[in-house]
Design a protein around this ligand. Structure first.
Ligand code: ADP
Ligand code: MG
Length: 547
């Protein structure tokens, strides 16, 4: 391997040359504490910055194995190190000068959730660490300013690595805290299963966020307090005893007046599929990891979904056991979202009435009298929710502000009053007889068998013959493959553009290698999961860089 000094000489040699001469820097160089690898060099100073990685061997990084001896703890440690590194490089970004992106230092930006990212990977077999970053290689116009890159690589970066990625420079208490929190969060996840709960919200949690655009905790918020009847106490390995509201399996209704905190509670539950960092306020808000937020999605496209559980006998006789449309209505879109959720293996739906199609959710008594069942293609969700739980083991947590129809089918009713939950199940059950259940017998409940074969859309097949399909990512909103756009704005549990990017790449891979005209979508998803696991295994086996 070349030395750091070789790199310096090379950089001196190409100063003032034209930009493409930077390409010659590709390769790995040994620095005192790490190997610097220049993996991809940008084409000009205005293009996407160059990709550089820092490889630290296990002896130098020296993290105690107790910090990463489970998958979840490793992800939490990686996340923590990435945040430390991001903080360390931030003051140096654009310190080196030049045109366009010259001098940019960047790394994945982490939000409040702890996610596995390729930006920082710790190899559990030897403790070595790889951090991937972006550097804008400096130039004036298209003329290389390599003395500026020398400042970045030789003056700025070594100190950043030293202070943020080596165990001996980090606060050992803080590192241990990351692992301890993770252990406690995993213990809550395990307790949900043991105790028959779909979610847990610890007393004292801060659920609301600072603003609509900031995911930080709201200052001076009213802390969460569980109603006595729903309070469970868990014994966590590190924190010890913790109490909070346990939401039982079954159908749970969250009701209350407007602005009393219903949606805020539901949003916290949506995000509870992820673990959160310390200080977030939702560290101990843990939801069944398979939970799917369900909503209507007007004008989405649907392909071959069996929505007959909810919609049948459409006028014009279009087949709803294999329903396709390029432009779904509110109700058909929500029906398809339920079925796709079931196909994905969820055991918990999260629904907010505010973002649901009313005619999909309920049909009141008067309407049932006027329009007979035989003239109504929709079996509303209120008639299916109990069956979904009793016959398919899928729970529902539903926020309802205006319709009382769900009271009859709820196992648990929580009222939010000035941001405080109250268990009003008993009271509601007493009132139920006064408001008879309007629902009659719904048509037979039969879970659709997913036999959806995944195929490459015709347009993409044609496009692919001309050139390889390109994936483009647009934040958390969408990605495109070739000329097809996949709109993800209403997949509300996506939190980070890198998740969207991963989904885009996975779909690209599936279209390229896994679709064979026979495999179903769930089969392809399992193959993708196996592939991801195999990639992780490959990284584990990769020999660490030699000193
Ligand atoms: P709902 O869905 O019941 O109409 P929201 O959940 O939208 O109510 O909450 C209404 C407002 O109250 C929001 O601006 C939210 O940020 C704020 N809020 C929610 N929970 C709390 C809390 N625990 N403390 C302070 N403010 C809160
Ligand atoms: Mg609301």
């Amino acid at each position: 391997m070349q030395s750091a000094n070789d790199l310096k000489q090379l950089l001196f040699g190409i100063n003032h040359k034209s930009y493409p001469a930077y390409k010659s820097t590709r390769g790995a160089y040994q620095f005192p504490r790490y190997t610097l690898s220049i993996d991809h060099v940008q084409g000009d100073p205005f293009a996407a910055p160059s990709r550089v990685s820092v490889h630290i061997n296990g002896k130098t990084a020296a993290f105690p194995t107790s910090l990463y001896d489970t998958y979840e703890k490793r992800v939490a440690l990686q996340d923590y190190l990435l945040r430390q590194f991001a903080r360390a490089i931030a003051p140096y970004s654009f310190r080196a000068k030049g045109s366009g992106k010259s001098g940019l230092l960047g790394v994945s930006r982490c939000g409040q959730e702890i996610l596995e990212r390729t930006a920082c990977v710790l190899n559990p077999s030897d403790g070595s660490l790889i951090v991937n970053m972006e550097i804008g290689f400096p130039a004036n116009g298209r003329t290389i300013a390599s003395q500026e890159l020398i400042r970045i690589l030789f003056d700025f970066l070594p100190g950043c690595v030293e202070k943020s990625l080596l165990y001996r420079s980090l606060d050992p208490k803080a590192c241990a805290g990351v692992a301890r929190l993770c252990e406690d969060q995993q213990a809550i996840r395990a307790a949900l299963k043991e105790k028959g709960l779909t979610a847990f919200i610890a007393d004292g949690s801060i659920l609301p966020r600072e603003t609509g655009v900031s995911d930080l905790p709201m200052k001076h918020a009213v802390p969460f307090v569980s109603p006595e009847s729903l309070r469970v106490t868990l014994d966590l390995p590190n924190r010890g005893s913790i109490s909070g509201m346990g939401i039982p399996l079954g159908v749970t209704l969250i009701v209350g007046g407007g602005f009393h905190g219903k949606s805020t509670l539901l949003q916290a539950l949506e995000r509870g599929v992820y673990n959160h960092i310390a200080g977030d306020g939702r560290e101990y808000v843990i939801t069944d990891a398979s939970a799917v937020k369900l909503r209507s999605e007007d004008s989405r496209s649907i392909s071959n979904v069996d929505i007959s559980l909810f919609i049948h006998d459409l006028p014009g006789k279009s087949d709803t056991t294999s329903f396709s449309t390029a432009d779904a209505s509110g109700s058909t879109s929500q029906a398809a979202n339920v079925i796709e959720g079931i196909e994905a293996g969820t055991s918990l739906f999260l629904i907010d009435e505010d973002t649901s199609a009313t005619n999909f959710m309920v049909r009141d008594a008067f309407m049932q009298r006027v329009i007979s069942r035989s003239k109504e293609p929709i079996t509303p969700f209120v008639e299916r929710a109990r069956q979904l739980y009793e016959q398919a083991g899928i729970s529902t947590i539903l926020v309802a502000g205006s319709s009382g129809a769900f009271f009859h089918i709820a196992d648990t009713v929580i009222q939010m009053d000035s941001y405080r939950p109250f268990d009003i199940t008993e009271k509601v059950k007493e009132l139920c007889p006064e408001y008879p259940d309007a629902a009659g017998m719904p048509p037979v409940f039969q879970l659709p068998q997913s036999r959806r074969i995944m195929s490459v859309p015709k347009e993409l097949q044609r496009e692919r013959q001309r050139r390889p399909l390109k994936v483009k990512v647009h934040g958390i909103d969408s990605f495109s493959i070739g000329k097809e756009t996949v709109d993800l704005r209403y997949v509300e549990q996506l939190e980070d553009g890198e998740q969207t990017a991963s989904l885009g790449r996975l779909l690209e891979y599936a279209l390229e290698y896994l679709t064979d005209g026979k495999r179903t979508i769930p089969q392809i998803v399992s193959l993708l999961e196996e592939k991801l696991e195999a990639e992780r295994e490959r990284t584990r086996r990769m020999k660490e860089y030699e000193e």
